[in-house]
Design a protein around this ligand. Structure first.
Ligand SMILES: *[C@@H]1O[C@H](CO)[C@@H](O)[C@H](O)[C@H]1NC(C)=O
Ligand SMILES: *[C@@H]1O[C@H](CO)[C@@H](O)[C@H](O)[C@H]1NC(C)=O
Ligand SMILES: *[C@@H]1O[C@H](CO)[C@@H](O)[C@H](O)[C@H]1NC(C)=O
Ligand SMILES: *[C@@H]1O[C@H](CO)[C@@H](O)[C@H](O)[C@H]1NC(C)=O
Ligand SMILES: *[C@@H]1O[C@H](CO)[C@@H](O)[C@H](O)[C@H]1NC(C)=O
Length: 184
C-alpha cells in the first residue's frame, strides 16, 4: 500500500512537471509570433506616361519583400495582395500566391504592380504632380496565415509592411522609404 502511494505520488509529480514545462514552453519559446515582413527594394521597371492630349500609359513597379518567420514552426500564408495607393486611393494591386515558410527561415517574395494611367487620371491632382516631376505612391503588403507550433496548434498570424514611394519622372528613378510594421 505504501509503495503504491509513493509510486503514484512520483508519477503525479512527474506528470505535473512535464505539463508545467510544456505549458511554459508553449507560452514562451514556442509562443507564435507574427512573421516580420521587411521591404527590400522598390524598383521602377518601366514608366510610360503621357498627359497630353490624353492621360495614358502605365507605370510598373517591382516590389521585393523578405518575410522572416521567427517561429519554431512553419508559417503558411494564404493568397495575398500587394497594394499601391496614390493620394490615398487604391490604384493598383498585384497577387501574391500562397506559400509556406519553414521554421526560423527567411523567404523573399517579389511581385510586379502595374499602375495604369486611367486610374491616376481620376485624381484631379495628377496632371500637376506629373508636371512637378514627382509622383508619390504608398505600397502595402499584408500576409495572413497560420503558424504551426509543436506540430499541434495552428494559430493565426499576420504581418504587414509598407513603403512611401516617390517616382521622379524626369530621371525615371524611384526613392522609397519602407517600414515593416504598418497600420492601415
Ligand atoms: C504599358 O504602356 C506601354 C506604352 O503605352 C504599352 O506598350 C504596354 O503594353 C503597357 N503595358 C501594359 C501591361 O498594358
Ligand atoms: C491561390 O491562387 C492560385 C493562383 O492564382 C489559385 O490557383 C488558388 O486556387 C488560390 N487559392 C485559394 C485558396 O484561393
Ligand atoms: C532576399 O533578398 C535580399 C536583398 O535582395 C538578399 O540580401 C537576401 O539574401 C535574400 N534572401 C533570400 C532568403 O533569398
Ligand atoms: C512626395 O514625397 C516627398 C518625399 O516624401 C515630399 O518631399 C513631397 O512633398 C511629396 N509630394 C507631394 C506632392 O506629396
Ligand atoms: C510615409 O509618409 C507619411 C507622411 O509623411 C508618414 O506618416 C509615414 O510614416 C511614412 N511611411 C513610411 C513607411 O515611411
Amino acid at each position: 500500500m505504501g509503495k503504491w502511494k509513493i509510486c503514484c505520488g512520483v508519477t503525479a509529480i512527474l506528470f505535473i512537471i512535464v505539463a508545467v514545462v510544456f505549458v511554459i514552453l508553449t507560452f514562451t519559446l514556442f509562443k507564435p509570433k507574427d512573421p516580420k515582413i521587411t521591404p527590400q527594394s522598390v524598383t521602377l521597371e518601366s514608366i510610360d506616361l503621357v498627359v497630353f492630349p490624353v492621360i495614358k500609359g502605365n507605370v510598373s513597379l517591382g516590389l521585393v519583400v523578405t518575410v522572416d518567420n521567427p517561429n519554431y514552426g512553419g508559417f503558411k500564408y494564404m493568397n495575398s495582395t500587394a497594394y499601391v495607393n496614390y493620394r490615398g486611393n487604391l490604384v493598383a494591386e498585384a497577387p501574391i500566391e500562397s506559400d509556406s515558410i519553414p521554421a526560423r527561415a527567411k523567404h523573399n517574395i517579389s511581385t510586379t504592380v502595374i499602375v495604369f494611367a486611367d486610374k491616376l487620371a481620376t485624381d484631379p491632382n495628377f496632371p500637376t504632380d506629373f508636371l512637378s516631376g514627382v509622383l508619390n505612391f504608398t505600397s502595402s503588403t499584408i500576409l495572413h496565415g497560420k503558424v504551426r507550433v509543436l506540430n499541434l496548434l495552428k494559430l493565426k498570424a499576420s504581418s504587414s509592411s509598407g513603403c512611401n514611394i516617390s517616382i521622379l519622372v524626369q530621371t525615371e528613378s524611384v526613392d522609397s522609404v519602407c517600414k515593416s510594421k504598418i497600420r492601415l
